[in-house]
Design a binder for this molecule. Structure first.
Ligand code: NAD
Length: 275
């Protein structure tokens, strides 16, 4: 096992079929103990937005424990500095070390064309994807440095962090921001043996993507199956992506094998064309 007894914080990992859940389970199979963070509540201003709940986090923790690894489930809003700081402290108290941070929490609320988007939904979408990644890095990196063994930060960006999309301006701008944050952090943290990279998935069949399928389907008058087909048509590998496709690369980046790669934003998208 490549990550024997290392400690990984993974945010946004509660939901079934989610990328974060695949990452958390994969890191545990590689031998890591996991701090599993998610929102664990609903957002009353956006009842249609679906977030991971505590029961789902507890179920994930059960799966990780069955693998013989320890798991600390944490309810955390990554946009709230107090909650993020408390998660970092709780992880340190439980394990006495942190080696890996996977900033995977993301998604969006509201959205739609820029001329119709509310400032509130713009701000919240940027906060969930970009500010949350900043806050987690800010509070967790000092703990990794304190351990003195170096470490890994892996941010989940998106192909939307490399290209635009109609109706996706806030999400796309935030994911472009995640790529910029990744590059700057890599320059700051290399001296401590910490690599910082981003992964850019394409069309991953998660509950989050269901929202996009519905939005695109409605705007183009397509059925769900036709919408999915229109996504697959952009993918040279000819199929939708799975969470495991992303987790495979995250496991490499988290391992010693990935130790000289930093500041990169890796497209894991079956060949979808991005710059
Ligand atoms: P998902 O809904 O399963 O995962 C997103 C998770 O983030 C959820 O569990 C949600 O509760 C959590 N989250 C949202 N806001 C949070 C907050 N403020 N605090 C804590 N947790 C919060 O969907 P997914 O598709 O697995 O998304 C995982 C990541 O992958 C996201 O960053 C997403 O933007 C990115 N991504 C997804 C796709 C795709 O096609 N599904 C493609 C590219 C990138």
């Amino acid at each position: 096992m490549r990550l024997q007894d290392r400690v990984a914080i993974v945010t946004g990992c509660a939901r079934e079929r989610g990328i974060g859940k695949a990452i958390a389970l994969r890191l545990a199979r590689e031998g890591a103990h996991v701090v599993a963070g998610d929102y664990g509540r609903s957002m009353k201003e956006y009842p249609e937005a679906k977030f991971g709940q505590m029961e789902e986090l507890e179920a994930l923790a059960g799966e990780i424990r069955k693998l013989g690894r320890r798991c600390l489930p944490v309810r955390v809003d990554v946009t709230d500095e107090g909650e993020v700081s408390a998660m970092a402290e709780a992880a340190w108290k439980e394990f006495g070390r942190i080696d890996i941070l996977c900033n995977n929490a993301g998604g969006g609320v509201g959205g739609g064309p820029v001329v119709q988007q509310t400032l509130d939904s713009w701000n919240k979408t940027v906060a969930i994807n970009l500010t949350g990644t900043f806050l987690c890095a800010k509070h967790v990196a000092p703990k990794i440095i304190q351990g003195g063994r170096g470490g890994r930060i892996i941010n989940t960006a998106s192909i939307a962090g490399k290209r635009g999309g109609p109706g996706l301006a806030a999400y796309s701008a935030a994911k472009h921001g995640v790529v910029g944050l990744t590059r700057s952090l890599a320059m700051e943290l290399g001296q401590f043996g910490i690599t910082v990279n981003a992964v850019c998935p394409g069309f991953v069949e998660t509950q989050l993507l269901e929202g996009l399928i519905q939005m695109v389907g409605a705007s183009r008058n397509l059925t769900r199956a036709q919408t999915i087909q229109s996504f697959v048509a952009q993918v040279p590998m000819g199929r939708m992506e799975t969470g495991d496709d992303v987790a495979n690369v995250v496991a490499f980046l988290a391992s010693d094998d990935g130790g000289y790669m930093t500041g990169q934003a890796l497209n894991i998208c079956g060949g979808v064309e991005v710059h």
